[in-house]
Write a protein that binds this ligand. Structure first.
Ligand code: C2E
Ligand code: CA
Ligand code: CA
Ligand code: CA
Length: 280
């Protein structure tokens, strides 16, 4: 059996089979959940470091199966991506988030940012779906940012020209593009040249623990300087302490997101939160 090679061994590996079975079961349950209304969107504030006010919110998918604990996106987004269900799920999240955010935007100018998977950008209908979500909700295009990951052109494979075309069309409409998890990939700099982007979200793995974390601080400072020289807005992800927030502000980061400011929360709580932290 060993002579049959690595692939065969792993296929009959019970742990591998269990994972595959679990993944298929999750996709089936997720498809049902989407139709049954068990998905929801939570929103996490993004604050301007100069003022501490909430200027944007990120939409984050949540799955709430009745009578069970909530299931986080790390457990279902990868399965949704593999199966292609992410196309329907992503469209649902986008429409829900735009509908929720439109009144917040009218009330105090808060903008919305939504995660987009590479599979969605390989869909011919992506531009049409985004435009429909905006028209139907009344959210203006300039109030929407799409978060893409650095791997988008690679993961989209032969669809990468398609992905780029969607991004260029949508950006011409006024929609903003952010690169998510910046600093985790290998070819970050090449993407900055190719993609039409407005914002860099600096991955929380680059976050310095405190002012004594010299190497990490030098890294994050270099990323911020680079982004500023390209006229990009910077958002630091995973700010968990006041010290980190002050540090990032001092080195010129524009915005922060993290548990120090607020956790992701349901739409009803977010409305109350922004009302208390937004000027005017
Ligand atoms: P992400 O886009 O990088 O989102 C930020 C994640 O960091 C969220 O996890 C958020 O709850 C968490 N986070 C925020 N502040 C802090 C902090 O201070 N410390 C720590 N340790 N974590 C913090 P969440 O909601 O579990 O989402 C995980 C990932 O799932 C997201 O990472 C994103 O890649 C993906 N995801 C979520 N919703 C969607 C969606 O609607 N579509 C797609 N394609 N992906 C989604
Ligand atoms: Ca994100
Ligand atoms: Ca991120
Ligand atoms: Ca500033």
């Amino acid at each position: 059996a060993k002579a049959a090679g690595k692939d065969c061994v792993s296929q009959y590996d019970p742990a591998f089979r269990t994972r595959q079975t679990e993944r298929i079961r999750i996709v089936e349950r997720l498809r049902h959940a989407l139709n049954a209304g068990e998905l929801t969107v939570h929103f996490q504030p993004i604050v301007e470091l100069d003022t501490g006010t909430t200027v944007a919110v990120e939409a984050l998918a949540r799955w709430l199966p009745p009578g069970e604990p909530p299931i986080g996106p790390d457990r279902f987004i990868p399965a949704a991506e593999d199966s292609g269900l992410i196309i329907a799920l992503g469209e649902w999240v986008l429409r829900r988030a735009c509908a929720d955010a439109a009144p917040w935007h009218r009330a105090n100018g808060v903008t919305l940012t939504v995660n987009v998977s590479p599979r969605q950008l390989a869909d011919d209908e992506f531009t049409t779906k985004v435009r429909a979500a905006l028209t139907d909700s009344g959210l203006p295009p300039t109030a929407l940012t799409l978060e893409i990951t650095e791997g988008i052109l690679v993961s989209a494979g032969h669809h990468s020209a398609q992905a780029l075309a969607h991004l260029q069309t949508l950006r011409a409409d006024g929609i903003r593009i952010a690169v998510d998890d910046f600093g985790t990939g290998y070819s970050s700099l090449a993407y900055l040249r190719v993609l039409p982007i407005d914002t860099l979200k600096i991955d929380r793995s680059l976050m310095p623990a405190d002012e004594h974390d010299i190497r990490q601080l030098a890294l994050v400072r270099a990323v911020i300087d680079l982004a500023r020289s390209l006229d990009l807005t910077t958002v630091a992800e995973g700010i968990e302490t006041a010290v980190q927030g002050e540090l990032l502000h001092r080195i010129g980061c524009d915005r922060g997101q993290g548990y120090h400011y607020a956790r992701p929360m349901p739409a009803a709580e977010l409305a109350a939160f922004t009302a208390s932290t937004v000027l005017g």
